[in-house]
Design a protein around this ligand. Sequence first.
Ligand code: HAM
Length: 430
Amino acid sequence: MKIPSVKGFHDILPDESARWSWMESQAREQFARYGFAEIRIPIVERTELFSRSIGETTDIVEKEMYSFADRDGSSLTLRPEGTASIVRAYVEHALAQHEPVSKLFYLGPMFRRERPQKGRLRQFSQIGAEVIGRDDAAVDAEVLLLLHDLLAALHIRSAQIELNSLGDGACRPAYRAALQAFGEAHRADLCENCQRRLERNPLRLLDCKDHDCHAATKDAPLMIDHLCGPCRAHFDAVRGFLTREGLEPRLNPRMVRGLDYYCRTAFEVVAEGLGAQNAVGGGGRYDGLVKALGGPDTPGIGFALGVERLILSMAEAGATPLRPEVFIAPLGAAAESEAIHLAHRWRRAGVRVEMTGGGKSLKSQMRMADKSGARYVVILGEDELAVRALTVRDMTAKRDFPRAVDLSASADGLRAALAQLGHEPVEQSA
Ligand code: HAM
């Protein structure tokens, strides 16, 4: 009996994995340009880390975490996101003592038990970045510029950054109360979920997907109209820096984000090709998080992009799997031994070589060579062995070149010979 994979957990097969590697290398390049260093965090953390940072009343903590009791009784959780772990590591290793500002990036799988659909998985991968130790508007602008450049490097042409401010400890409590009062006054028109959330997490009223509920909150008060002086000044300064760089994020005053640790600058990236899931990424400022996790009072800001969603909205493929440069087709046992030697020698010198066993017919080896995508097939039969020179078949021009490469040719010799064949004029058929 076959054992299927688990719902919401997918394989990335070789055809697609080339695109993943390409994305990761593009991301590493952009992070390097902006001075970010990689951090690798564990997949399993104490459950409390996420409930305390993401928030007890969020969907993630309430119903989406993969939590389990370890054998010693402690509750552990597969990480649903990266920021909490990075802040934990920042505090645990007292990174503040080693560097005034930490600029960190990460790549890897996250786990949320959501209802799977297009672009929504239970294991998905994020590319993310965090800056811990700065609270000025210039760093917010830099993070958004990094995000913008990264999206361009990944060919996400339709990407649009949406921006909002979520206020801070000075202005949000009064706003929250005003929103709650509005919600109470319209309680009868809200969906069941929002009625329930009104007490504990009223901000979520604003991004409810329910059509009637959305209509009922059309005139709800917005954070952006209730910002205190410093939050307003910060928001305006961030936008000022971005405008100068030609970046005008769309303002979305109803954006609230699904994690509770945010304050001030908050943003999401929307893009085409994702169906109902239109956010390829999100992020924002989290000035209280380091302290909430037991560290010094240190501000932070960052973002994460979802790799599966990026791939769905990529304008063009960006990368295809690397093809072999030559395919060696040996015929017979003696040729096979010679072919293994040849392949080993060329591979060690950096050539991408593919071959199969010598027991197969030339026809079947040619079929496999064709599938491999190699342009050149090196044929090694009895005749070739006798003269110690190889026949090369150009799969594109469909021509054979006897004695084109010496059996003892180095990798350079091989490549030079192939390059020359590539320039041979193709006879015109009458
Ligand atoms: P988030 O908005 O929860 O933020 O997730 C960021 C991105 O991860 C989403 O925009 C989406 O592309 C992807 N994602 C989330 N859930 C799924 C899913 N079930 N299936 C596929 N993709 C998904 C965070 O995680 C924050 N830690 C971002 C951040 C970093 N904020 C500050 N620093």
